[in-house]
Design a protein around this ligand. Structure first.
Ligand SMILES: Cc1cc2nc3c(=O)[nH]c(=O)nc-3n(C[C@H](O)[C@H](O)[C@H](O)COP(=O)(O)OP(=O)(O)OC[C@H]3O[C@@H](n4cnc5c(N)ncnc54)[C@H](O)[C@@H]3O)c2cc1C
Length: 326
């Protein structure tokens, strides 16, 4: 079976959920081989095996982790060149999580290997031996299926696009060593600061997101949104109107110029549903909106809508969620 490379996202060996999702997708295309860069492989191995990684290419050299994304692209390019499948045209595909870093790695890798790149996929499939990626375009109003015609398909996939499904894999370790090029050492990491984000899940990985917009009314009022998010175990998002007003930090902005989320449940409170906001959340599996204007465009795409004042509806919802959870 043809190999499919999956770049592992992790923090010191703690594997991020999106990697299990990518391994699940990779199994549709061939035999998944994970690519683990950095320290902590021993901690990561069980999770990678649990989601079907047959092999894990491991580049643990501390030097690789000292620089930004360029070394990762070099490691991936080397694996593509050296792997067992190289003689038969290389891996069937390379899957990378769709974040700012992932997209940069994908672009660099595509350039190094003369391959085509597809970003922000929400699904992948093997159609008669050709790998296709599904993408939502024009603010999510149109779904397209694309395939690359040159080299190996390098595809970045949005987190939460698929439910991760376990499957046994051997996660056999294959050591990778690499002499980094001078070009890859251009941008060095000088310090790492752990983001203070409390107990809430990371926005682009969260299974549930509760977002507030201009209708929330003020920064202080965002406590209403946070309370519902905490009751649901959700991340907090915000519209650009809310972040531009300084009511919530910009890193929580969802939309075209913010983060793209694709959770199982997206709750939009006091958000009108502008096309630029939709672009970042339209692929959410279930969408709930609370808005006092029955004509608000957000109601065009919801699975469940509540016409009402969020300052009444959201606290009542929070109490109900807490009561259900006991
Ligand atoms: C190039 C470009 C990029 C952009 N990128 C983004 C982006 O990434 N993300 C983004 O979000 N926007 C983005 N925008 C801005 C976008 O066009 C909208 O202006 C923005 O999304 C509006 O935010 P909002 O829905 O919170 O505010 P509004 O459009 O003002 O809507 C507020 C809503 O709250 C409702 N409301 C008011 N009070 C209450 C209440 N008490 N209870 C219930 N409902 C209430 C109102 O009925 C209304 O529907 C971008 C714009 C441009 C031009």
């Amino acid at each position: 079976m043809t190999e499919v490379l999956v770049l592992v996202e992790h923090t010191d060996g703690e594997v991020k959920k999106v990697t299990s999702e990518l391994l699940t997708l990779a199994r549709r295309l061939g035999e998944p081989s994970a690519v683990f860069i950095g320290s902590g492989f021993d901690a990561a191995k069980a999770t990678l095996a649990q989601f079907g990684a047959a092999k894990v290419y491991v580049a643990e050299d501390a030097e690789i982790s000292s620089y930004l994304v360029a070394p990762t692209a070099e490691v991936l390019a080397k694996i593509m060149k050296d792997s067992d499948t190289a003689s038969s045209g290389g891996p069937a595909a390379v899957l990378i999580a769709s974040g700012a870093e992932g997209k940069e790695i994908a672009a660099r890798l595509a350039l190094k290997t003369g391959s085509g790149v597809l970003t922000d996929a929400t699904d992948v499939a093997d159609e008669g031996g050709s790998v296709t990626a599904e993408q939502q375009v024009f603010g999510g109003s149109t779904v397209v299926r694309s395939t690359v015609t040159t080299g190996t398909p390098i595809i970045t996939v949005r987190p939460n696009s698929v439910a991760a499904e376990a499957a046994d894999g051997a996660a056999e370790k294959v050591d990778v060593s690499l002499e980094l090029s001078d070009a890859a050492k251009g941008a060095k990491i000088t310090d790492r600061v752990v983001e203070e984000k409390g107990e809430r899940p990371e926005l682009s990985e969260a299974a549930i997101v509760v977002s507030g917009g201009r209708g929330v009314g003020s920064g202080e009022n965002f406590s209403v949104i946070e309370a519902l998010a905490d009751a649901l175990g959700a991340a907090v998002g915000a519209s650009r109107a809310a972040t531009d007003a300084g009511w919530y930090p910009h890193q929580h902005q969802v939309g075209q110029t913010g983060k793209t989320v694709s959770p199982q449940l997206y709750v939009a409170a006091g958000i009108s549903g502008a096309i630029q906001h939709r672009a970042g959340m339209q692929t959410s599996k279930t969408i709930v909106a609370i808005n006092k204007d029955p004509e608000a465009p957000i109601f065009e795409l919801v699975d469940f809508g509540v016409v009402g004042d969020l300052h009444q509806v959201v606290p009542a919802l929070t109490e109900m969620v807490k009561a259900r959870k006991g």
